[in-house]
Design a protein around this ligand. Structure first.
Ligand SMILES: Nc1ncnc2c1ncn2[C@@H]1O[C@H](COP(=O)(O)OP(=O)(O)OP(=O)(O)O)[C@@H](O)[C@H]1O
Length: 267
C-alpha cells in the first residue's frame, strides 16, 4: 500500500533550560493512506512528540517526516488535530464553532456552511447547531470538535486521547462513530491513547513504544476481521483478547528492559 505518512530515522531532542532531552530516537514508521494506527506506551515515551512532528509543529533533529512523499517542515492543511479537550469557543454557537477552520481559511462560503451542516447532521448534531457549547454534554462537544476538524477536509487526523475524559458508554459510542466517519471518507488517522483495548479495537495497527529514549518496540497488525469491524464489534472478536495480551506483554517487556529511572509507571 502506498504510504501516506512516513517517519524515516526520526529523532527529536528538546533543548531547554534543563539542557538537551532526547525524547525520541530512530523512529521508522509507515502508514498507508486510509489506515488507522494507534500509538501506545508509557508516559514520556514520546507519543505527543510524534504527533507534533507529524503536525509540523516540531521539526525532527534527525531524519525526515513525510506526508504524501513531501517533507513536512511546517503545519499543513492536510493534517487535522482532535484533542482530549474540545477547545470550543464558549461564545460561539455550535455551527459557528464547527465552521471556525473554514472561517480562518477564508472559506466560509454558502457551500462551506452547507458542508459543515452536513457534517453536523451526520454526527447527530443537527438539532444543536444554534445551541451554545455549555448546553452540550461532553460526548456532544467532542462530536462538534470532530465536525470542526473534518470541515477543513484534512487527509490525516491526529487524535490525541480524544475519548479519555468521557464515561465508558459514551466513549464506546464515540469510538464507533469516529471510526465509521473516518473510514467512510478514507481518512488516515493516528490515535494516541493510554487505553490498550481502545487501540486494539479501533486500529489497523498498534505501535508500541518504550521510553528513555522514546522508540518503537513493535508494530502489531490487527487480524483482517477485526480491522473491518466497528470497534464495539472488534472488542467481541475471538482474536481481540489475544491481541490485547500481546500488546500488554510487549509494553511490560519494554518497561522491564528500559526503566531504571524510577519514574511513575503509568501506561
Ligand atoms: N517541551 C519540552 N521540553 C523538554 N522536554 C520535553 C518537552 N515535551 C516533552 N518533553 C520530554 O520528551 C519526552 C517525551 O514526551 P511526550 O510528551 O512526547 O511523551 P508522551 O508519551 O506523550 O507522554 P504522556 O503519555 O505523559 O502524554 C519526555 O521525556 C518529556 O519529558
Amino acid at each position: 500500500m502506498e504510504p501516506l505518512l512516513e517517519l524515516v530515522g526520526v529523532s527529536h531532542v528538546y533543548v531547554g533550560d534543563q539542557g538537551a532531552n532526547l525524547a525520541v530516537e530512530g523512529l521508522d514508521l509507515s502508514v498507508g493512506r486510509g489506515q488507522f494506527v494507534s500509538l501506545v506506551g508509557p508516559s514520556g515515551c514520546g507519543k505527543t512528540t510524534v504527533l507534533s512532528l507529524l503536525a509540523g509543529l516540531l521539526l525532527p533533529s534527525k531524519g525526515e517526516v513525510r506526508i504524501g512523499g513531501e517533507s513536512i517542515r511546517k503545519p499543513s492543511a492536510k493534517v487535522g488535530y482532535m484533542l482530549q479537550q474540545d477547545y470550543l469557543f464558549p461564545w460561539r454557537s455550535i455551527l459557528d464553532n464547527a465552521a471556525i477552520g473554514l472561517e480562518l481559511g477564508g472559506r466560509k462560503t454558502a457551500e462551506g456552511i452547507a458542508f459543515v451542516r452536513s457534517l453536523l447532521h451526520e454526527l447527530g448534531l443537527d438539532a444543536a447547531e444554534n445551541r451554545m457549547p455549555f448546553e452540550l454534554s461532553g460526548g456532544m462537544r467532542q462530536r462538534v470538535a470532530l465536525a470542526r476538524t473534518l470541515a477543513t477536509e484534512p487527509d490525516v487526523l491526529l487524535l490525541d486521547e480524544p475519548f479519555s475524559s468521557l464515561d465508558m458508554q459514551i466513549k464506546l459510542q464515540l469510538e464507533d462513530l469516529v471510526w465509521q466517519t473516518l473510514r467512510s471518507r478514507g481518512k488516515t488517522a493516528v490515535l494516541v491513547t493510554h487505553d490498550l483495548a481502545e487501540a486494539a479495537a479501533m486500529s489497523d495497527s498498534v505501535i508500541v513504544l518504550a521510553r528513555n529514549p522514546g522508540r518503537i518496540l513493535t508494530r502489531f497488525d490487527m487480524p483482517e476481521a477485526m480491522r473491518a469491524a466497528l470497534p464495539t464489534e472488534a472488542r467481541r472478536h475471538p482474536s481481540f483478547q489475544h491481541m490485547y495480551d500481546q500488546i500488554w506483554e510487549t509494553l511490560e517487556s519494554g518497561r522491564e528492559k528500559g526503566e531504571e529511572t524510577g519514574d511513575e509507571d503509568e501506561v
